[in-house]
Design a protein around this ligand. Structure first.
Ligand SMILES: NC(=O)c1ccc[n+]([C@@H]2O[C@H](COP(=O)([O-])OP(=O)(O)OC[C@H]3O[C@@H](n4cnc5c(N)ncnc54)[C@H](OP(=O)(O)O)[C@@H]3O)[C@@H](O)[C@H]2O)c1
Length: 334
């Protein structure tokens, strides 16, 4: 049932129609040059936001920016929408190389004095067993968790500063997770033992699912630790979108899934709800957002146990994972 409702969600209820002008607000969308991130960046920009598309390839970001500007202008002419579009900028970061993250943050801080929402959207999936990041971490865990952890940590001073004069609960960190955590993750969501060099699993689905459970754990921990400073962190699962992220999947699997694939725009609505809806608040980090913007009412008990401390009857795995991310990234904090 939990998987079913994620595969066949009700119609989105929080779309561009519900969003006021975002003029004066600043957003970072990692991986905003492709797939669901591109659609999210487009909506935020069309509504007047200043949007930084963070990614590893400047030419890809620049052509996405050019296309988005053209598409938004064409749509505005067609619909006679008079909302002034915002600004789109590029930001270079390779989340699979920890040494690129502090320079990316320095470049951003040189240009902006606020950050409203950090969308940690970029991610890799289905990479062959044995693939590692520049620093030798399992590639899904390194790119999807360690890089975003460090990026988030380095942007937190600006996020907390922005929160001091922003409406309550409006300053947020969003992590992209995936429903695959219910199907393929190791017991509890992830295995710290498997993250040791030489102990990485060869199963690409298991590795991807573990990193996506890690994204939820990071959201929960950032939310818990920064609630008193006015920053909200949550995880959301965009789910079953026909994006380049599926390109590495065998043709037959993609063909079988074709009838349930949705356009990436639908996934952007899930992120939009996570990032902008007033229904999301501090203390929600333990919850989990599913398509197209609602709470998962049936999380697995083993995942909830990982999110809770031993004192609260859980296993403290999320706390241990947060400490692991800190340990693995601290020498790259600048
Ligand atoms: N599509 C789905 O059905 C689905 C389902 C569940 C969860 N998700 C999650 O949604 C997020 C977006 O996925 P998508 O389907 O839109 O995938 P996508 O189209 O493949 O986009 C992924 C983005 O991440 C960027 N990226 C990958 N590795 C990077 C790195 N080392 N440094 C910086 N950027 C990097 C990619 O940049 P390049 O273009 O340079 O490669 C691209 O912009 C992911 O976190 C994914 O796990 C997607």
């Amino acid at each position: 049932m939990g998987v079913w409702t994620q595969l066949f969600p009700p119609d989105p209820h929080f779309t561009e129609a519900q969003i006021p002008s975002l003029a004066g607000k600043v957003y970072i969308v990692t991986g905003g040059n492709s797939g669901v991130g591109r659609e999210l960046a487009k909506i935020l920009y069309a509504k007047g936001g200043t949007v930084y598309i963070a990614g590893r390839t400047l030419t890809k970001i620049e052509s996405a920016i050019e296309e988005i500007i053209t598409e938004v202008a064409a749509a505005a002419t067609q619909t006679k929408d008079s909302t002034a579009a915002g600004q789109l900028h590029s930001l270079i970061v390779d989340l699979g190389n920890l040494s690129t993250i502090a320079p990316c943050v320095t470049a951003f801080l040189a240009k902006e004095s606020r950050l409203d929402v950090l969308f940690n959207n970029a991610g890799v999936s289905r990479q062959p067993g044995g693939s590692v990041t520049t620093q030798g971490h399992e590639i899904h865990m390194g790119t999807n968790c360690l890089g975003p952890y460090l990026l988030t940590k380095l942007l937190l001073p600006l996020l907390t500063q922005t929160a001091q004069s922003a409406p309550q609960n409006s300053i947020r960190i969003i992590f992209a997770s995936s429903g695959i955590i219910d199907l393929a993750s190791p017991p509890g969501g992830l295995s710290l033992a498997e993250l040791e060099p030489g102990k990485h699993s060869r199963d690409m689905n298991r590795n991807y699912a573990a990193s996506k459970a890690g994204n939820w754990f990071l959201a929960s921990e950032f939310d818990r630790r920064y609630a008193t400073e006015g920053v909200v962190a949550v995880a959301q699962s965009p789910e079953m979108l026909r994006t380049p992220g599926w390109d590495g999947t065998p043709f037959l699997v993609r063909a079988l899934m074709a009838p349930i694939f949705q356009p990436p725009r639908m996934g952007a609505y899930t992120g939009l709800w996570a990032g902008l809806s007033v229904d999301v608040k501090s203390g929600d980090g333990e919850k989990y957002i599913i398509p197209w913007g609602r709470w998962n009412k049936e999380p697995k008990k083993e995942h909830l146990a990982s999110l809770r401390s031993k004192e609260d009857g859980g296993t403290s795995l999320a706390v241990e994972f947060f400490a692991y991310c800190e340990e693995m990234t601290k020498e790259f904090a600048g």
